[in-house]
Design a protein around this ligand. Structure first.
Ligand code: CDP
Length: 806
C-alpha cells in the first residue's frame, strides 16, 4: 500500500458516522444568534393577536363587551366564541377524543382560560386592548382536587357532557369522570396479595409540573384568499399532525395547508398539541386576509398550555420474606384538568403507564387508572416522557425502596434480587409488554462499583450515628433507581393518533456529486437531529456526514411523519433513515456490478465502496456510484439515487439505566446539597456519544428541578400560584449539580441499527433517584415516604414532623 492510500480507519473517521462525537452542525447558527425562530418571522402587513383570559377558575360568562377594546388605535378586530361559531370553530377536538373550547362559550373552566382574541397592528396595541375587554363573570364552585372530583356533590366541571354516560374511552362513572383504563390480571394479583408474606402500600403523588421550554408556543398564520391556501409557521413538534388536524377542523383541504416548523427552542411535549392561540390566529388571518402572529408569554405558557404528570398513585407491592417480589397493584387518579387534551396514542388513555412493573420480574400485576376533570388547565403531555412512563417509573422506584425498607434490605441488593435476568430477554412483563433486550445486572453492578456504593453506605452509617449523638445536623441520603423505558411509538397495531398510525419516515436523495439531502417527518427542538441523522447515513452509505443536509419541519417537502416526542425519533425515524439508505445501497450495488462487470453477489461492502470479493483493488466508491446513477445505469434501470422509507416498528425499544445519587440534607433549613449524581444509560447502539451526554445532562437537570422544587400549584379557589419563574423553580447553572455519566450498550434486536431512544431516559430515571435519596436520608428515622417536590420548606416540615427540631 502506498503512503497516500488512506487506511480503513482513516476512511471510517472521515465519514464521521455512527459512534463519532461529531460536533453539532446546528450550533454554528445557534451560537451566533442566527437561528430562525417563529418570532423572527416578519411578514408584510402582519398583525398581532393577544388573548383575553379568565381571572376565575370556574364561572359563567354572562357578557363580553368588546367596544372599548375595539376603539383602541391599531385594533383591527376582537374575536369571541360568537365570532368563531360563524365558522364552526368555537370548540375544537382534542388529541384525546374530547372537545375543548377555543374561546369561552358561556363558561370558563380554569384560570387564564382563553376568553377573547384581540387583533391589532402591533403587539402593544393588542396587549392594551386586552385590558379593555369587559367580561361579566358569575363565579361558580371550584374543585382543583382530583381525589374529590368524583365525590357525590362535587362541582360539575363539564356542563356540556354532564349527562353523557359514554366517553371517548368507554363508560363514565361520574359526571367528572373521563375514562377508566386497566391492565394486568386482577384476579391473579389479588390472590397473590392474599397470601403474601410482606406488603407495602403508599399513596405516591407525582405533582403537576410543566415542560417549560425556553421558547413559548407561537405561530404565524397567513391565509391566501386567492389561492384558498393557508401557510402556518409554528412551534410544532409534529407538523404533519397539525396539518391533518388543521384540515379536519378548518375544512381547508389538506393539500392547501402548508405547515412549517422553523427552529424550535425546546419542546419537551409542550408543543405537540393544538392550542386556542393557533386556531384564533388562523381565523383572524382568514377574516382579515393578512398574516397574524400569536406569541404566548411566560405566564400564559406556564398556566395554560400542556402541563405534565398530576398522577395520584395508590401503590402496593407484595413480596416474600426473603425479598422476592410476588405482585404489584396500583390504583391511580389522573387529573386531566378541564378538558381531556392529553397527548396519548388513542388506545392508551393513561399512556404507557402499564410499564409500571418496571425492570422487575413480577409474576403478576394489575393497574387501574381513572381520569377525572378538575378546574385546572388541560394537558397531560408526555414531558420528556413516553406517554406516562415517567409517572410509572417514579411510582415503582419509590415503591421498591419502601419495600426494601420494610424488609430491612439494601435498596440496591433488593433490586439486584428482582431485576429481570439477561437470559430472560426478550422478556414479557406481567402487563404483556415484550422488552426487546437488556442486561440489567451488568448495568446495576457497574453503577454500584463505579460510585463505591459499599463505602458510601459505610459513611452513611457513621453519619447516622453521629447525628444520633448530636454531632451533626446533616442527614446523608443515597438514592438508587433502575428504570426501563418503552420508547419508539409505535407499532401501528398498538399506536395511532386520531386514527393515523404511528409510523415515521425518511426520504433521501443522493445528488450526482455524492452529497445529498434527507427529509424527515420528525422535528428537532434541540436534540441535534441535523447532526445525528447524517451520521446514520454516513455509516450506511459511506458518504461523509458533512455532505448530507438534514431537513425537517416542512410538510410540503418531508414525507408524512408523526413528529418528535417520547424519544421516538431514533427508534422510528432513525430506523426509516437506515432503511431508506439500504434501498439506495441496493441500487448502488447493481450499478457497481454493471460497471465492474461482475454479478451483484460478487461484491462486498467496505466502509465507503463496493469491492469485488477476493479482489479488493477493483471497487467503486459511493461517490463514483452517485455520479454513475445519473449517467451510467444498467440498461432498463431508471436513473437517480433516492429512496423513501415509511417505517412501522415491529416493537417499542426498551432503553434502561441505573442511577445513583448522594445528598446531604440540613434538617434545620431543609436545604439539600446534591453531592454526587451518577447516571448509567443503555440506549443500545450509540449514534453520537457527545449528543447523548448532552441529552442526559439536560434531562437530569429537568429531573432535578421536578424532584427538588417544581409544582404547578393551585389554591382552593383555583388560582394558580406558580405561574411565573419567581414562584416556579427552574434550575439555572448555579443550582444544577455536577453529572457523572456512564453507559453500557445492549443493542435492540429489531431496530435496523440496534439503537433505542435516549432523550427522556434521564428525566424518567432521575426523578425517582433524587426522591429516593431524599427519602433514604429520612428513612432510618421511621419515615417511609415524603411527597415531592423536595424543596427546603417541605423538607424542613418533614424534619419537624419527625421531631427533629425539638
Ligand atoms: O425523539 P427525540 O429526538 O427527542 O429522542 P431520541 O430519539 O432519544 O434522540 C435524541 C438525540 O440523541 C438525537 O439527536 C439522537 O440522534 C441521539 N441519539 C443517539 O445519538 N443515539 C441513540 N441511541 C439514541 C439517540
Amino acid at each position: 500500500m502506498n503512503d497516500v492510500t488512506p487506511t480503513s480507519a482513516e476512511r471510517t473517521a472521515k465519514l464521521e458516522g455512527m459512534g463519532c462525537k461529531r460536533k453539532r452542525v446546528e450550533d454554528i447558527r445557534f451560537v451566533q444568534g442566527k437561528g430562525n425562530y417563529v418570532d423572527d418571522l416578519k411578514l408584510p402587513g402582519m398583525l398581532y393577536g393577544d388573548l383575553v383570559r379568565s381571572p376565575y377558575a370556574h364561572a359563567r360568562v354572562k357578557k363580553i363587551d368588546t367596544a372599548k377594546a375595539a376603539a383602541v388605535p391599531g385594533v383591527v378586530a376582537v374575536i369571541t366564541a360568537e365570532t368563531l361559531k360563524t365558522v364552526n370553530l368555537a370548540w375544537m377536538p382534542t388529541l384525546a377524543g374530547d372537545v375543548q373550547m377555543v374561546l369561552a362559550d358561556g363558561y370558563v373552566l380554569f384560570q387564564n382560560q382563553e376568553v377573547a382574541f384581540v387583533i391589532a397592528d402591533s403587539r402593544e396595541a393588542a396587549a392594551d386592548a386586552v385590558e379593555l375587554v369587559d367580561v361579566e363573570y358569575e363565579p361558580l364552585p371550584v374543585n382543583v382536587d382530583p381525589l374529590k372530583a368524583m365525590a357525590p356533590n362535587a362541582p360539575v366541571i363539564r356542563e356540556d357532557i354532564k349527562d353523557k354516560t359514554e366517553g371517548a374511552h368507554g363508560k363514565r362513572k361520574h359526571y367528572n369522570h373521563i375514562f377508566s383504563w386497566q391492565a394486568g390480571d386482577k384476579a391473579a394479583t389479588d390472590a397473590a396479595f392474599a397470601k403474601a408474606d410482606v406488603k407495602i402500600r403508599e399513596m405516591i403523588v407525582y405533582p403537576r409540573c410543566h415542560p417549560c421550554p425556553l421558547e413559548t408556543c407561537q405561530c404565524v398564520a397567513s391565509f391566501d384568499k386567492i389561492k384558498g391556501e393557508l401557510t402556518l409557521w409554528g412551534t410544532f413538534q409534529a407538523p404533519h399532525v397539525i396539518r391533518t388536524v388543521g384540515s379536519l377542523i378548518s375544512k381547508i383541504p389538506e393539500h392547501k395547508i402548508h405547515v412549517i416548523a422553523p427552529d424550535i427552542g425546546g419542546g419537551f411535549g409542550n408543543k405537540v398539541g393544538a392550542y386556542s392561540g393557533y386556531i384564533c390566529a388562523i381565523v383572524a388571518s382568514i377574516v382579515t386576509g393578512l398574516p397574524v402572529k400569536w406569541t404566548e408569554d411566560r405566564i400564559e405558557n406556564l398556566s395554560t398550555t400542556a402541563f405534565a404528570r398530576d398522577f395520584h398513585m395508590d401503590m402496593e407491592i407484595a413480596a416474600t420474606k426473603d425479598g422476592k417480589v410476588t405482585a404489584m397493584r396500583c390504583y391511580t387518579i389522573a387529573d386531566h384538568g378541564a378538558f381531556d387534551a392529553c397527548a396519548n396514542a388513542t388506545k392508551w388513555p393513561a399512556g404507557l403507564f402499564s410499564i409500571i412493573s418496571g425492570s422487575y420480574d413480577f409474576p403478576t400485576a394489575y393497574c387501574l387508572v381513572d381520569g377525572v376533570y378538575t378546574n385546572k388547565a388541560p394537558g397531560g403531555v408526555a414531558y420528556r416522557c413516553s406517554f406516562r412512563v415517567t409517572e410509572a417509573a417514579y411510582c415503582i422506584e419509590r415503591a421498591m425502596d419502601i419495600m426494601a425498607q420494610k424488609l430491612g434490605m439494601d435498596p440496591a441488593e433488593f433490586r439486584l434480587k428482582n431485576l429481570v435476568r439477561r437470559e430472560q430477554f426478550p422478556y414479557t412483563s406481567a402487563f404483556g409488554w415484550q422488552y426487546d433486550s437488556g442486561d440489567y445486572h451488568t448495568a446495576m453492578n457497574k453503577a454500584v462499583e463505579s460510585v463505591g456504593y459499599k463505602k458510601l453506605r459505610a459513611e452513611q452509617k457513621a453519619k447516622r450515628e453521629a447525628f444520633k449523638r448530636g454531632e451533626t445536623r446533616e442527614l446523608m441520603g443515597i438514592g438508587v433507581s433502575f428504570f426501563t423505558e418503552i420508547v419508539g411509538a409505535g407499532p401501528s397495531r398498538a399506536c395511532d393518533i386520531l386514527g393515523i398510525a404511528m409510523f415515521d419516515s425518511a426520504e433521501i436523495r443522493i445528488h450526482p456529486t455524492g452529497s445529498g439531502i434527507c427529509r424527515l417527518g420528525t422535528k428537532s427542538q434541540g436534540q441535534g437531529h441535523e447532526t445525528t441523522y447524517a451520521q446514520i447515513i454516513a455509516t450506511e452509505l459511506g458518504l461523509p456526514a458533512d455532505s448530507i443536509t438534514v431537513e425537517e419541519g416542512n410538510t410540503d417537502t418531508a414525507p408524512y411523519g408523526l413528529g418528535t416526542y417520547g424519544s421516538r425519533s431514533t427508534p422510528v425515524s432513525g430506523a426509516a433513515t437506515a432503511m431508506a439508505c439500504r434501498k439506495i445501497k441496493a441500487k448502488a450495488q447493481m450499478i457497481a456490478a454493471y460497471m465492474l462487470e461482475v454479478h451483484d453477489d460478487d461484491l462486498e461492502w467496505d466502509i465507503d465502496r463496493f469491492r469485488v470479493k477476493g479482489n479488493p483493488e477493483r471497487f467503486k466508491t459511493m461517490t463514483e456510484l452517485a455520479w454513475a446513477a445519473y449517467h451510467e445505469v444498467p440498461p432498463g434501470m431508471e436513473p437517480g439515487l433516492e429512496a423513501v422509507d415509511y417505517y412501522d416498528p415491529p416493537n417499542f425499544t426498551y432503553p434502561f439505566g441505573a442511577y445513583i445519587c448522594v445528598v446531604d440534607i440540613d434538617v434545620d433549613t431543609g436545604q439539600t446539597q446534591v453531592r454526587r449524581f451518577y447516571a448509567l444509560d443503555d440506549c443500545g447502539t450509540r449514534i453520537n456519544p457527545m449528543i447523548i451526554e448532552g441529552q442526559i445532562h439536560g434531562g437530569l437537570t429537568e429531573a432535578f428541578g421536578i424532584a427538588m422544587g417544581q409544582e404547578l400549584h393551585y389554591d382552593e379557589e383555583g388560582n394558580i400560584t406558580t405561574a411565573s419563574f419567581l414562584d416556579y423553580f427552574l434550575p439555572t447553572a448555579v443550582e444544577t449539580p455536577h453529572w457523572e455519566t456512564d453507559w453500557t450498550t445492549t443493542p435492540s434486536p429489531h431496530h435496523p441499527i440496534g439503537a433505542k431512544g435516549v432523550g427522556e431516559s434521564p428525566n424518567v430515571g432521575g426523578v425517582p433517584c433524587f426522591s429516593n435519596a431524599v427519602n433514604d436520608a429520612f428513612s432510618y428515622l421511621g419515615s417511609t415516604h415524603i411527597q415531592m417536590p423536595h424543596d427546603h420548606w417541605r423538607l424542613w416540615t418533614a424534619a419537624e414532623k419527625l421531631g427533629l427540631h425539638a
